[in-house]
Write a protein that binds this ligand. Structure first.
Ligand code: FAD
Length: 321
């Protein structure tokens, strides 16, 4: 029986599960309450390449991203267990641009030579980044949580205060992703629709991102047995896959990576990125219990997960000291 502060984490996506694990490791008695878990979360749809995308503000994203890069790289040393790999890849740009702010946080960053850019692209960079197979990673997190004594209850909450119906708590952690729009009454949250096409693996070992229309980013992210192809970033909350979008994604990705031409389509998936002008990671003492909000990670929930989990744990520590 853990004697530390009692924390209820609302949400079982990558943000909630990572925070729950860090809190349990810090000695808290943690329970997770979530409407859905595993394959039924947005997190399960993520590509999931380490890359700061559609998340703000830049300074906090930089720090959370750097901490997460380190932790995912550590997990990659046991790829079989967690499904994390360190893979080299390229980002291709249509016109020259300054190096990204996070260039110093990753391994092997270097600008591409002009002769390394495919036709139509004039700049870009190469780097090593963690690639996470969410189909393996979310179950790995759940197993680690169960081993740490954390329970998971499946339930849809109407308010954050309802979380105490599952047992007493000293602090609530709100990691409800887009669900925080209702739970925290936050109208700044919006769903940014992402559609991906899962292809069979055809021996790809490098990822590639290409600068295109911001509403239709093109990316190819290989996992050990599948390849994730994307994508879209639309202001639209339809969860139904769209056939014309699938055809467009396939055309763009096969043009960028011709080796994908014979690869069979295994699945098409849609998720809504929980986007916000800034990630909300802060203490809120307006309700019955103190709440640490941690949501609004946009297109970078995996990329920021461990850095945010560390900060949530520090805030809970201060609230319960
Ligand atoms: C197509 C696509 C590609 C992506 N690619 C990447 C990528 O390459 N790299 C990257 O870092 N990120 C990527 N993302 C973004 C990433 O998926 C999200 O940022 C991340 O999943 C957010 O995690 P979360 O835990 O906050 O939310 P979620 O995974 O949505 O989890 C929210 C949790 O809260 C629960 N919940 C919500 N409301 C309630 C309620 N009322 N009561 C109880 N529980 C509730 C839900 O059931 C769920 O368990 C991508 C997203 C998409 C859609």
């Amino acid at each position: 029986m853990v004697e530390g502060p009692r924390v209820t984490v609302v949400g079982a996506g990558v943000v909630g599960l990572s925070a729950a694990l860090r809190l349990a490791q810090a000695g808290c008695a943690v329970r997770v309450v979530a409407a859905a878990s595993g394959e039924r979360t947005t997190s399960a749809v993520a590509a999931a390449l380490w890359y700061p995308y559609l998340a703000h503000p830049a300074d906090r994203v930089l720090a959370w991203g750097a901490a997460t890069w380190e932790e995912l790289a550590r997990l990659a040393t046991d790829e079989e267990a967690a499904g994390v790999r360190l893979l080299a890849g390229r980002e291709l740009l249509r016109s020259p641009a300054p190096a990204p702010s996070w260039a110093g946080s990753v391994a092997g960053f270097r600008r591409l030579r002009r002769d390394e850019c495919p036709a139509g692209y004039s700049d870009g960079w190469r780097l090593v980044a963690p690639v996470v197979d969410m189909g393996r990673y979310l179950p790995w997190l759940s197993t680690a949580l169960a081993a740490a004594g954390v329970t998971l209850t499946t339930r849809t909450l109407r308010t954050l205060d309802d979380a105490v119906e599952d047992g007493p708590a000293d602090v609530i952690v709100d990691a409800a992703g887009l669900g925080a729009r209702e739970l925290a009454g936050d109208s700044a949250l919006r769903g940014v629709r992402g559609q991906v096409v899962m292809l069979e693996q055809v021996g790809l070992e490098e990822w590639v991102l290409a600068e295109e229309d911001p509403l239709f980013p093109t990316y190819v992210v290989p996992r050990s047995d599948t390849v994730v192809c994307g994508g879209t970033a639309l202001d639209d909350e339809t969860l139904q896959p769209d056939d014309a979008t699938t055809a467009d994604i396939l055309a763009r990705c096969r043009a960028l990576v011709p080796a994908l031409r014979p690869a069979r389509v295994l699945a098409v998936r849609v998720g809504l990125r929980p986007a916000r002008p800034a990630v909300r990671l802060e203490v809120d003492t307006a309700g019955r219990l103190p709440v640490v909000h941690c949501y609004g990670h946009g297109g970078a929930g995996v990329t920021l997960s461990w850095g945010c989990a560390d900060e949530v744990t520090a805030l809970v520590g201060r609230l319960t000291a």
